[in-house]
Design a protein around this ligand. Structure first.
Ligand SMILES: [Zn+2]
Ligand SMILES: [Zn+2]
Length: 354
């Protein structure tokens, strides 16, 4: 490990998923853990801000199976590199580091995807998001609900300078996944886009789509979310089960509610595409072929993202200032931030600040 610029403490505060279950059973515990050591090719990062994502709620409540007992959640980390792990003995030529020049003092982003194999058929064809050996921050490895975390340098992002730490954090999952979902939805130029659910990811995706010339209709419960949608430029904002004012060329389902799939499919125009953005969705009811699939309507899922998606979104954000609706919480109140997310207490994204 290279010598850090400031001496590091031995331990840190971190939240662990002690026993996955409903939030009411207090599955998260705030504990004292050793500050992690960066392995070969890894960076040790002092967390400056960590976004609270719906996936953290799925990991905490057990909707996603346990992959690492007592994992520290969090995969939207903005942090400062404080140490660099040893150089790997056998550098992998197939996997050029995203940025081999990251050094102590740099501000970096740690996102959901933290490892892919680099050699399977999916990785080789540029679809590393489908790699069967992929690993994820805050699920397979400890993430950012802590004062420090580690990240393989090849999976760390450089960040646009014009944003502060708290505003950058939600871009690292909410922003990136929404960006991929928008691409998966194949919205034609100047097309009509419907967003079902309007939270951390949707409010960023909306701005990307509007900047690209889309007409936007938002379908979501909650007046706060509808107000935010209108303020950001949506042409209409209605209830999640309402009809949009015109047929949609594409739609993205952000709410983890399978019941909305047929609703959104019916709202599509001929040839329209619905992309489901979430990692977890309640069961999809039976679809009616004639009204919900015929005329070449398509239903697509979105699985994680590639590093290219991440770099593209961050590049877009550097050129088009995004209005991030961030709600800061002190690290000690992560459980409260998750409860507020679950309850829909805010429209945008919660961000933990150590
Ligand atoms: Zn692979
Ligand atoms: Zn996420």
């Amino acid at each position: 490990m290279s010598v850090p610029t400031t001496s590091l403490p031995g331990t840190m505060r971190a939240w662990v998923v002690a026993r996955p279950g409903p939030l009411e059973t207090r599955p998260l515990r705030l504990v004292e853990l050793p500050v992690p050591e960066p392995g070969p090719g890894e960076l040790l990062v002092r967390v400056l801000a960590c976004g609270v994502c719906r996936t953290d709620l799925h990991v905490t409540e057990g909707d996603l199976p346990v992959r690492r007992p007592r994992v520290v959640p969090g995969h939207e980390v903005v942090g400062e590199v404080v140490a660099v792990g040893p150089t790997p003995e056998r550098p992998d030529a197939r996997r050029p580091a995203a940025d081999g020049t990251l050094a102590v003092g740099d501000r970096v982003g740690v996102a959901w995807l933290r490892h892919t194999c680099g050699e399977c058929a999916y990785c080789r064809r540029g679809a590393e998001n489908l790699c069967p050996r992929s690993r994820y921050a805050g699920w397979d490895a400890d993430g950012g609900y802590a004062e420090y975390t580690t990240v393989p340098a090849a999976f760390a992002y450089r960040l646009p300078e014009a944003y502060d730490d708290v505003d950058l954090a939600p871009l690292l999952c909410a922003g990136i996944i929404g960006y991929r979902a928008l691409r998966r939805a194949s919205l034609p130029d100047g097309g009509r886009l419907g967003l079902y659910g309007f939270g951390g990811s949707a409010h960023l995706t909306a701005q990307v789509a509007l900047a690209q010339g889309a007409t936007l209709h938002v379908l979501t419960r909650g007046t706060k979310a509808q107000e935010l949608a209108r303020r950001l430029g949506a042409s209409s904002a209605r209830g999640a089960y309402d009809d949009p004012p015109e047929p949609l060329d594409a739609a993205i389902l952000f709410a983890p509610v399978g019941d909305l799939v047929p609703v959104a499919m019916r709202a599509l125009d001929r040839g329209g595409v619905l992309a489901v953005a979430g990692i977890h969705l309640s069961d999809v009811p039976e679809l009616v072929y004639e009204t919900e699939l015929f005329y070449e309507k398509e239903l697509r899922s979105v699985t994680s993202n590639t590093r290219d998606d991440g770099r593209e979104l961050l590049g877009f954000a550097a050129d088009h200032p995004l209005d991030v609706d961030a709600h800061p919480y002190p690290l000690d109140r992560a459980d409260e931030a998750l409860a507020d997310l679950k309850a829909g207490a805010f429209a945008g994204a919660a961000v933990l600040v150590p």
